[in-house]
Design a protein around this ligand. Structure first.
Ligand SMILES: [Zn+2]
Length: 485
């Protein structure tokens, strides 16, 4: 097998559920996760005869905002279309989608390629459609059955289609992660792969290395719900197609799924073409018109996006590219960092960054949580740092307290009492320093006579008295203050 003989050509279709209160064309709640099956349904999302859809304006605005963030053109004239297909996950036999007039088109974003140079990935379009119901295959009384839950049916969904500009599974993952980050910064979706609110469909084909034209076939990988699986599926396809091409054949155009147990892609069906869907304009919804003022008002509501924030953080806080990348990855972490930095009035962003990267993110990864699920306040981190600075607690006690802050949201001072952690108040510490100096008059005399090395002995004595509570740095500071009085 010679991988260099071919170049992978990869494009991504990504579906993301939009965070709206109600569904796309009816008043049912769009918050379906964990709800009793078929409890969020009505004649419209069940597709009962005579029920008429009414478009959810909020979801249209969310797609337009996304389009602006992805550098797309926003189409001022718009309509919905019917995509006809017969599959049990949509009761009415068609999906309301957009065909030749997507809400937004011709955009791009930048990702980093392997040598950390920004690489531009073009975006063909981002259009609005409705999600389908959820099928569950099960065995009940020894019979294979398919259960249908229509709670998801009609939830607004944006489909973002990229150009086939990616050439490795790493680039595909980077692009999907960047898109997820932008969507989360915009706050238009949780884009949670585990919950299915973000799904990836890579299309993969190979061409001879050096060729510029697109391959004659395309393999579409359906509904993948993790970055890891998407990467594995792409890698598998590159190998599978290489073997077929090496044997002088051309892979069959088809749709395949990822089987995580077998670690391979499996054929699902031959690929549908657009004409299989018999698209036509949705007759129950009027075409839409937007004016430029409406769009420019939307533009003012776009928050600072990842690329801008990364640049600002490097400049404003002087952090390394590595630190900034980690801190800005999640917008809530970035906000926590900024607020903690304001609360801790010592202008030491690197110190805050270290606590966030070394402690907070590490513990969040361990418990598989996001900061938005916690009650911890940025001001509490500042309070904790002040406790260390004053010598009241040691660094290792601080870490214990921080762990409880994450778990309970309680403040460091409260936890200090609750956890019965050994601490020394600034007054006690001051008294101990005086005692040490009094009990070691010779060392004090030596210091004053110019033997500065004796300071080390005094620090050691204080260390014993405080049982390591005050850091050597702070101990030195306090002793020198008294000696130089
Ligand atoms: Zn409904």
């Amino acid at each position: 097998m010679n991988l260099r003989k071919y170049e992978a050509v990869i494009g991504l279709e990504i579906h993301i559920e939009l965070k709206t209160n109600s569904k796309m064309f009816c008043q049912c709640s769009a918050e379906y996760f964990g709800a009793r099956p078929n409890s969020h349904t009505c004649p419209i999302c069940l597709g009962l005869p005579g029920a008429l859809p009414k478009a959810n304006v909020e979801s249209i605005k969310l797609v337009q905002k996304l389009g602006l963030a992805l550098n797309c053109n926003i189409q001022l004239s718009n309509k919905f279309d019917r995509k006809n297909y017969f599959y049990p996950d949509l009761a009415k036999g068609f999906q309301i989608s957009q065909y030749d007039q997507p809400l937004t088109s011709n955009g791009f974003i930048y990702i980093k390629n392997q040598v950390e140079q920004p690489k531009k990935i073009n975006i063909t379009r981002a259009h609005l459609e409705e999600d389908t119901g959820k099928l569950t295959h099960a065995t009940i009384n020894n019979r294979s059955v398919t259960l249908i839950d229509f709670n998801r049916s009609g939830v607004p969904l944006v489909e973002i289609v990229s150009e086939p500009d990616m050439h490795s599974s790493d680039e595909a993952r980077d692009y999907a992660q960047k898109l997820q980050q932008i969507v989360r910064y915009l706050g238009i979706s949780d884009a949670d792969m585990e919950k299915g609110s973000m799904r990836i469909e890579p299309n993969v084909s190979l061409r001879n290395a050096g060729d510029k034209i697109l391959p004659l076939y395309k393999i579409e990988l359906k509904n993948i719900n993790s970055f890891k699986f998407a990467q594995a599926a792409i890698e598998y396809e590159i190998e599978r197609q290489t073997i077929i091409l090496d044997s002088g054949k051309i892979p069959q155009q088809e749709t395949r799924g990822w089987n995580e147990v077998k670690k391979q892609t499996v054929s699902q069906r031959s690929k549908e073409l657009a004409h299989d869907y018999r698209y036509f304009p949705e007759p129950d919804l009027v075409p839409m018109q937007f004016d430029k003022i409406f769009i420019s008002k939307l533009k003012t509501k776009i928050p600072e996006l990842p690329a801008e924030k990364i640049k600002r953080f490097q400049k404003q806080y002087g952090l390394s590219a590595y630190d900034v990348d980690i801190i800005t990855n999640d917008v809530d972490i970035a906000n926590f960092f900024e607020q903690a930095n304001i609360a801790y009035k010592k202008n030491t962003p690197k110190k805050i960054a270290n606590w966030i990267i070394g402690e907070l993110l590490r513990r969040l990864a361990q418990s598989n949580q996001k900061i938005s699920q916690l009650d911890i306040l940025p001001a509490s981190l500042a309070e904790l740092l002040y406790l260390i600075d004053s010598g009241e607690i040691t660094n290792s006690s601080a870490k214990e307290i921080f762990n409880q802050m994450i778990k309970t949201g309680n403040t460091p001072k409260n936890l200090l009492k609750l956890m019965k952690i050994k601490s020394i108040s600034p007054d006690e510490l001051d008294l101990l320093v005086s005692k040490v100096l009094l009990a070691n008059q010779q060392a004090v005399k030596d210091y004053k006579a110019g033997k500065t090395a004796s300071i080390g002995f005094l620090i050691g004595q204080l260390h014993k008295k405080t049982q390591g509570q005050a850091s050597p740095h702070l101990a030195k500071e306090l002793i020198l203050k008294k000696l130089n009085k």
